[in-house]
Design a binder for this molecule. Structure first.
Ligand code: FAD
Length: 478
């Protein structure tokens, strides 16, 4: 493997930072990761990752990438009691698309591992720390960059023993949504990056529960927001029989912030057996509530000039509507882009890396934005052409997806980030959508449509949600 320098520094030991450090360890003689938090030995939430106590799902594509970066990671998680979902319809309740989600990934990775976010991060950190050339320094707050004639040459930080500087051939900002690079750029005389945004106006309340063993067959319950109902829920069974439960709203609809209110809120749309399980569950934590104003993509890929020696990875580049559960997988895809870029050398690195990383980000961004637009309409704010053009077909498209198993399989491969959206933009896919639309129009004129699994679930619960087949907002909530 080609070595590009003696030392690299990664700022931030969240999922993006840990993955960046894994990639850099192949090309730099040593790598230092800095984080301001005390990093727990056990799987515990921490202050620097406030989204940690909110339910996270690791999409199959993200799981496969993580296992490629850290061979044996998924087996390690499984060995620690992390539930795994393997193409068993009873293990997922996913509205409005029924019980699918697994089995879409090609090959043996067709499984969803369901670690809590603190468990996942802690195991990834342990695997990284086992590399002899990597050191992780906790309780070190990054204060700024060190610059030299060739660009960025290191970082300034404050640790338990006071301020210090680290020289580095490459510095990666993986500080998450608090990324400082836009400010640092202006201090260095560069413009700030353009930002694409989609207004989501989302709000979450989450808590951990213990649900009596056997009370719920599912390991995951995902109920998406729709155009008719801008609220939803996500429940994940994690290690130690612990459940992360989140209820959410988008478009300014905030869920209650107290436990009883959260359950009543979920009862408005969740199936009866899920609500029963929630009512009899034992709360393990107080609810934790947060807001998510907008998805944001900083367009470093469009900048004409960028300082040498500095990159950004993770939420600092792109943070997406969390209800689709894509953020960690997108961070892993950025790390994959970094690995591919470094394999071809370190010349002109920022420009080459940001362009490579923009490809998977763009696909995911468009998917999420089309779904947001279908749910929230013009409230998302101005969106670029392909999204504006596709959004009005949301109803027809998602109706066809729910009716046609071939289309559904392709859609899930795209939504779980295994295949690019172009997989759905083929003449055959167009024909299938048109045929399904005609079929449905015919049915509407004669007999009522046959209930789908999701309809049935709604009917069982007495849910007031619109029939699943006409609901446009699909995607696994987080
Ligand atoms: C409510 C919610 C639910 C989500 N659900 C999902 C999901 O289901 N699936 C999914 O894939 N993604 C989900 N995401 C997104 C996911 O959490 C992020 O995409 C992912 O964590 C990105 O990681 P990151 O490393 O970029 O940032 P972070 O994980 O936020 O890490 C940033 C790190 O930087 C450190 N730091 C910050 N400032 C400093 C400083 N000055 N000095 C030193 N260290 C510093 C912090 O301590 C932290 O460790 C969700 C997000 C939210 C908000």
């Amino acid at each position: 493997m080609q070595t590009h320098g003696t030392h690299a520094v990664v700022m931030g030991a969240g999922m993006g930072g840990l993955l960046a450090a894994r990639v850099l360890a192949r090309h730099y003689e040593s790598v230092t990761v800095l984080d301001r938090d005390t990093l727990p030995d056990a799987a515990r939430p921490r202050r620097g990752v406030p989204q940690g106590p909110h339910g996270h799902t690791l999409l199959p594509r993200g799981g496969a990438l993580l296992d490629a970066f850290f061979p044996g990671l998924l087996a390690d998680l499984e060995g620690r009691g992390v539930p795994v979902i393997r193409d068993d319809a009873d293990e997922i309740h996913f509205e409005p698309l029924g019980h699918h989600l697994v089995g879409t990934a090609p090959g043996p990775e067709a499984a969803i591992h369901v670690p809590s976010r603190p468990m996942l991060e802690q195991r990834v950190r342990e695997h990284l720390a086992a590399l002899p050339t990597v050191r992780i320094l906790e309780r070190c707050t990054v204060d700024g960059l060190v610059t030299g004639s060739g660009g960025v040459a290191g970082v300034r930080a404050t640790g338990p023993d006071g301020p210090f500087e680290l020289d580095a051939d490459l510095v990666v900002d993986a500080l998450g949504r608090g990324s400082r690079t836009p400010v640092w750029l202006t201090e260095l005389g560069f413009p700030r990056p353009d930002e694409d945004t989609v207004k989501v106006r989302g709000a979450y309340s989450s808590l951990q529960l213990r649900i009596e063993s056997g009370a719920l067959a599912e390991k995951m319950v995902l109920i998406s927001a729709t155009a008719d109902r801008p609220t939803g829920a996500a429940m994940f069974r994690h290690e130690n029989e612990m459940w992360d439960v989140s209820v959410f709203g988008v478009g300014g609809h905030a869920p209650p912030t107290a436990t009883a209110g959260m359950v009543d809120f979920a009862a408005e749309f969740a199936p009866a057996h899920v609500v029963d399980a929630l009512r009899s569950a034992e709360p393990l934590t107080e609810p934790n509530s947060r807001t998510f104003p907008a998805s944001r993509w900083r367009r470093y890929d469009r900048m004409r000039a960028f300082p040498d020696g500095l990159l950004v990875l993770g939420d600092g580049v792109c943070s997406l509507n969390p209800t689709y559960g894509q953020g960690m997988t997108v961070a892993a895809m950025q790390a994959e882009a970094l690995a591919a870029t470094l394999r071809r050398g370190a010349h002109d690195l920022p420009r080459r890396y940001f362009r490579a990383a923009a490809k998977p980000i763009r696909d995911t961004w468009h998917l999420a934005a089309v779904a947001d637009r279908a749910i929230l309409g013009a409230a998302t704010g101005p969106l670029p052409w392909p999204i504006r053009a596709l959004a009005p077909f949301g109803d027809t498209f998602f109706g066809a997806v729910a009716d046609d198993p071939v289309l559904l399989d392709r859609f899930l491969q795209v939504f779980t980030l295994y295949a690019p959206p172009t997989r759905l933009l083929t003449p055959d896919a167009g024909l299938r959508v048109a045929r399904a639309a005609l079929r449905r129009r015919g049915q509407a004129g004669t007999t009522p449509p046959a209930p789908t699994e999701a309809n049935r679930a709604g009917a069982t619960s007495g849910s007031s949600a619109a029939p699943a087949v006409t609901e446009p907002g699909v995607g696994p909530p987080a």
